[in-house]
Design a protein around this ligand. Structure first.
Ligand code: PRP
Length: 219
């Protein structure tokens, strides 16, 4: 099959992948051995289905590949979907994996006496500037966002910002860095996402895979 006719599934690198792969496999998709070989530099992998390839990219990029139709299906958290708000993406299925929350945190000593509902202006380091601005604007607070791509937890103690907005799972990273969660912006789980145009033009194939993932989740 010509490469451009293949169905491409975008999966996120990192910790979600460990939770996602049992579902991908239960849906009947098995990547080639290089997928599990940490030494392999491949980014695109064949599967047991000659017409399906898997790509492995950063979690934010899963949404971008799917939005532009470069991948047809993908797995992305609603944190990423909220940040981009791509109209081309449809998220038909909550996979119930990657559970965490998107929260505001600040140095523990400030959090003791602080009341977030009284903030008027905040400077926030985050990977999620759009979600953060919208969240605070909705209650009339102007959030000045400093975009970081990781290790946000360092920023308050070094004076880059007074608060951060980041994913919190166990809370261990916040605790280890002297921060405290003061407000939850959203509960997060991973979703199966599809490109809307592909859902129209390849509807039988795409609906079949959405069903396969639904059954995998229920099993
Ligand atoms: C995420 C997040 C926090 C941490 C929270 O980072 O950005 O730093 O996990 O988890 P915890 O509450 O269980 O400590 P991740 O390790 O996924 O790496 P990233 O910075 O590359 O996103």
């Amino acid at each position: 099959m010509p490469l451009q006719d293949k169905l491409v599934i975008a999966l996120p690198k990192g910790r979600i992948l460990d939770e996602a792969m049992p579902l991908v496999r239960a849906a009947g998709i098995e990547p080639e051995p290089a997928f599990d070989d940490p030494k392999s530099r491949l980014l695109r992998f064949a599967t047991n289905h000659p017409h399906i390839d898997i790509i492995r990219v950063r979690s934010f990029d899963v949404a971008t590949f799917v939005a532009f139709g470069a991948a047809h299906l993908g797995i992305a958290g609603n944190d990423v979907l909220m940040e981009f708000d791509y109209p081309e993406i449809y998220a038909p299925l909550d996979l119930g994996i990657g559970k965490c929350r998107l929260s505001v945190a600040e140095p523990s000593e400030d959090a003791e006496s602080d009341d977030p509902s009284r903030w008027s202006h905040v400077r926030i380091a985050t990977k999620y500037p759009e979600v953060t601005r919208r969240h605070f604007a909705a209650r009339g607070v102007q959030a000045e966002c400093v975009k970081l791509n990781g290790a946000m937890e360092l920023a308050p103690s070094l004076g880059l910002c007074t608060r951060i907005v980041d994913l919190v799972s166990s809370g261990a990273t916040l605790l280890a860095n002297g921060l405290k969660e003061v407000e939850v912006i959203a509960e997060v789980t991973s979703r199966l996402i599809v490109n809307r145009a592909a859902l129209k033009t390849r509807s039988d194939e795409m609906s079949g895979w959405i069903d396969a993932f639904r059954k995998a989740c229920q099993a």
